[in-house]
Design a protein around this ligand. Structure first.
Ligand SMILES: Nc1nc2c(c(=O)[nH]1)N[C@H]1C(S)=C(S)[C@@H](COP(=O)(O)OP(=O)(O)OC[C@H]3O[C@@H](n4cnc5c(=O)[nH]c(N)nc54)[C@H](O)[C@@H]3O)O[C@H]1N2
Ligand SMILES: Nc1nc2c(c(=O)[nH]1)N[C@H]1C(S)=C(S)[C@@H](COP(=O)(O)OP(=O)(O)OC[C@H]3O[C@@H](n4cnc5c(=O)[nH]c(N)nc54)[C@H](O)[C@@H]3O)O[C@H]1N2
Ligand SMILES: [Mo]
Length: 770
């Protein structure tokens, strides 16, 4: 519940004592202080378990405490001593639970039994696993394959994901949307065109030798805190770190390493960013174009003056395509236009370009601040363009570094979770399992939502996630959801999507990755792929939350058997008895990526999948890396400024949440305590719109499609954010995102640029209020 809200600037660094206190309080609350602490020592170690929080790389020589505040919170959350039992469900009707907050629902504890919704009592009632599998299998036999959606959250291991994708294809559909569709799909569409691979090229070692780091729209202190270690080391070496972000995120400003005793005692902290540019939301294409313009024009001048070139012409000639068109475009844009679009002065962009030009090896890091825009794909391609100008891909200390979200979100795409059949070796699957895989494109997340609203989808199976809460257009989605015939959610904790359910609805509780997974041949291990394409093994250590839990591989195998019957060519039971056999199967399907999988997964630091771009082998249509001229700038330049009462809303994560999982109400780094219902806004915009600090307002989407989208009771909070932009939390603001408001081509919902108006007392603020 919201305590009395307190909003005041946070003066400390990221990390530090605040971080230690935060971890202790959550371990205590979840009843895990003593045993939890010991377990944390196993986190992200070669012989331990892979953290269930973020996807950041795990070093070969880990720190004694290779976990962060948020990894510790995620662990405590999973290992809580609280339980959601059949008695809990008997006491609370679904209609009542629907009034609970996201925090209250998950805080209730771990699910312990398979449950089925009972219409008469409007409760979930316990059911045996046998009965659950039998009924779900029976139901699934009745649909057309393309009427069913097989959603996968990015947390599922490589083994489970591979089985899930195979189950869907044996069933006859490529309807395999995943959380990546809301996340880094813009990367997966952009990078193959730019450099021929869908993933980043940077390895952890590159941070040791880089001499400049750029950061675009990624909040490292909150979302991948372990990455602060290599950043801190780089900063201490004097490496410039140049950040583009509308908000001044604390982790990108200063850091005290909570695991360094002297730093903690002396209160010393490291500056992280050497330049911090508060770009306008959605202004990155213009900002990067400005830097490119500065570099290209400096190179033009050097050439006329007979001085050393600024660009790497040898690399451009040998390895790239499209440079001239790109350079022409950069020269053509006027500084006035670029400044206005980026919301930054020319001097700032020139200063950033000058650092870039001085460095021999540059890393560019980015996150949701680039991918979740209508221009998400172009944003990513602009980062690649910038790097290509000086050959910063495929050499030590340099490269592109998309920071993935979920701990295995990148890996599950590697092993077949994709709605795009051309990305999956279907012929190999056909041969390996002796069936005819479906060749028709499946539904991604946005398309799945459209089809659910239209009524074309009849059943939804969710392997993790809180789909209906994480997607846009909350109101229409929740409404449409109840018309689904069958919903099945495999989960560890109760969430909103279990309460908004179909006619026949099951919640199937599974083991978490930290728990001991005992099967016929003994305890089993799983594996994941991190943001830098390194693959790691993971062993559970904790006792399962309940004797009635099944592992994810087991649940998938039983569902598949109940639906498809025993298929001789897929040894489901053998796989469940010994997960190493699943890894053998993965290796057979993907021999290049997973050579000696079972042996190499325990290698310290993991083993890296081979990535062509790392060796300057470009798997693009041109056979080279491509400069790509963005189209969006042409489209926005010259259009009169948006209406003056429309603001661009960015939805962000707090330091006290993991996606829709809300641990608590203290966003320490942003100084917001006791509430999440805030609208962070520039003081000048407050004056302009006649808003008072602390006033409660409604936000309404400023689009004209006949649908009223509104979020009420948001507290006006003055904040250091560019004029014209405002920020608030996800998922509270998801009702404001129209389903059609997504990145072009990748269809990632544009959660970082929602046009809104602020309304007071249910009516819009009259213009006269200015
Ligand atoms: N503790 C914790 N860790 C997590 C998660 C979590 O919820 N909690 N979620 C996980 C997942 S699934 C993901 S995908 C990642 C997400 O991690 P991030 O990629 O960091 O995503 P966000 O928190 O959404 O923050 C995006 C950042 O982009 C900035 N930004 C917004 N708009 C723009 C823009 O137009 N331009 C630029 N340059 N910047 C902009 C915002 O101010 C914010 O700092 O984190 C993962 N790790
Ligand atoms: N407005 C806005 N919307 C966004 C975003 C944004 O920045 N702004 N970000 C988007 C992004 S990047 C993402 S990734 C999505 C993610 O959004 P979510 O779907 O919320 O993410 P998850 O963390 O996958 O889902 C949490 C649920 O997973 C279940 N769970 C936890 N651990 C396990 C496990 O080990 N196994 C199983 N089977 N279940 C488990 C728990 O029941 C928990 O309730 O949200 C997207 N939506
Ligand atoms: Mo994500």
């Amino acid at each position: 519940m919201d305590e009395k809200p307190k909003i005041e600037p946070f003066k400390g660094p990221a990390g530090g004592w605040g971080s230690v206190r935060s971890v202790e309080s959550i371990l205590t609350r979840e009843g895990r202080l003593i045993s939890g602490n010991a377990l944390l020592l196993k986190q992200n170690k070669p012989d331990g378990y892979a953290c269930v929080s973020c996807a950041w790389a795990k070093p070969a020589e880990p720190h004694p405490f290779e976990y962060c505040e948020n990894g510790a919170k995620a662990t405590a959350w999973e290992l809580t001593t609280k339980r959601v039992t059949p008695e809990f469900f008997a006491q609370h009707r679904i209609a009542e639970l629907r009034t609970w907050t996201d925090h209250q629902l998950e805080e209730a504890g771990r699910l312990t039994h398979p449950m089925r919704w009972d219409r008469a009592s409007d409760t979930y009632v316990p059911v045996s696993w046998e009965e659950a599998f039998r009924e779900i299998g029976q139901e699934l036999k009745g649909f057309e394959p393309d009427e069913v959606v097989f959603y996968c959250s990015g947390r599922a291991s490589l083994e489970t994901s591979y089985m899930w994708a195979l189950f869907a294809r044996l069933y006859g559909t490529n309807n395999l949307p995943d959380s990546s569709n809301m996340c880094h799909e813009s990367t997966s569409v952009a990078l193959p065109e730019s450099i021929g691979d869908p993933v980043g090229t940077v390895l952890l070692d590159d941070f040791d030798t880089t001499d400049c780091i750029f950061f675009f729209g990624q909040n490292v202190g909150t979302n991948s805190p372990r990455m602060l270690h290599p950043l801190q080391e780089a900063a201490k070496r004097g490496v410039p770190i140049i950040t583009f972000n509308p908000l001044r995120e604390r982790g990108l400003e200063r850091f005290t390493n909570p695991q360094a005793p002297t730093e903690m005692l002396t209160g010393s902290e490291t500056r992280i960013s050497s330049q911090y540019h508060q770009v306008r939301a959605g202004g990155d294409v213009a900002a990067i174009m400005g830097m490119a313009k500065a570099l290209i024009e400096a190179d033009d001048r050097a050439r006329t003056d007979g001085k050393a070139p600024v660009l790497d012409h040898a690399f451009i000639a040998e390895h790239t395509n499209g440079f001239e068109d790109f350079a022409q475009a950069a020269r053509r844009y006027s500084w006035a236009d670029l400044e206005r679009e980026a919301g930054l002065p020319r001097e700032a962009l020139e200063a950033a370009a000058a650092e870039y030009a001085r460095a021999n090896a540059v890393i560019a890091v980015y996150g949701m601040g680039l991918t979740q825009h209508r221009t998400g794909v172009e944003n990513v391609q602009m980062v690649a363009n910038l790097l290509l100008l000086r050959g910063n891909i495929g050499k030590p200390g340099a490269g592109i570094c998309p920071v993935r979200g979920h701990s295995n979100v990148q890996g599950q795409r590697t092993v077949g979770i994709s709605e795009k059949p051309e990305l999956v070796p279907l012929d190999r699957l056909k041969e390996q399992y002796n069936f005819e895989p479906p060749r028709k494109k499946g539904l991604n997340t946005v398309e799945a939502c459209e089809s659910i609203i239209k009524g074309d989808v009849k059943a939804f199976l969710g392997l993790g996630g809180n789909f209906v809460r994480a997607v846009p257009e909350t109101q229409a989605m929740e409404h449409a959801w109840s018309r689904l015939r069958l919903t099945v959610q495999i989960a560890t904790k109760l969430n909103r999507n279990h309460l908004v359910h179909g006619e026949i609805s099951y919640v199937l509780p599974c083991l978490g990755r930290i728990e001991i997974d005992e099967q016929e041949t003994g305890p089993q291990a799983l594996s994941i792929e991190d943001s830098t394409t390194c693959i790691h093994g993971s062993k559970g250590f904790a006792n399962p939350a309940s004797p009635d839990l099944l592992s994810e591989p087991r649940i998938v195998a039983e569902l598949a058997k109940a639906t498809l019957g025993q298929t001789a060519d897929v040894p489901w039971d053998e796989w469940v008895a010994h997960y190493a056999r699943i890894r053998d199967a993965i290796e057979q399907t993907y021999p290049e990526d997973f050579r000696d999988f079972n042996a190499r997964m325990w290698q310290p630091g993991g083993f890296a999948r081979p990535i062509g771009a790392r060796e300057r082998k470009w798997k693009t249509k041109t056979g080279k890396a491509n400069f790509i001229v963005p189209k969006s700038l042409e489209e926005t330049l010259g259009i009169a400024d948006a209406e003056h009462d429309v603001l661009t809303l960015i939805t962000v994560r707090s330091n006290d949440q993991f996606n829709t999982t809300v641990y608590g109400y203290h966003d320490r780094f942003r100084g917001i305590k006791g509430t999440r219902r805030v609208i962070l806004i520039n003081r000048n915009d407050m004056v302009r719109l006649g808003l008072e600090e602390g006033e409660m307002v409604s936000l309404r989407t400023a689009v004209d499609d006949g649908i009223l989208r509104e979020v009420t009771e948001m507290r006006v909070t003055p904040y250091n954010i560019p004029e014209g932009c405002c920020a608030s939390y996800y998922p509270e603001c998801n009702p404001l995102i129209p389903l059609w408001h997504h990145a072009e081509r990748s269809k990632v919902p544009a959660a970082k640029s929602i046009p809104i108006r602020i309304a007071r007392g249910g009516t819009q603020i009259p213009e006269a209020a200015e």
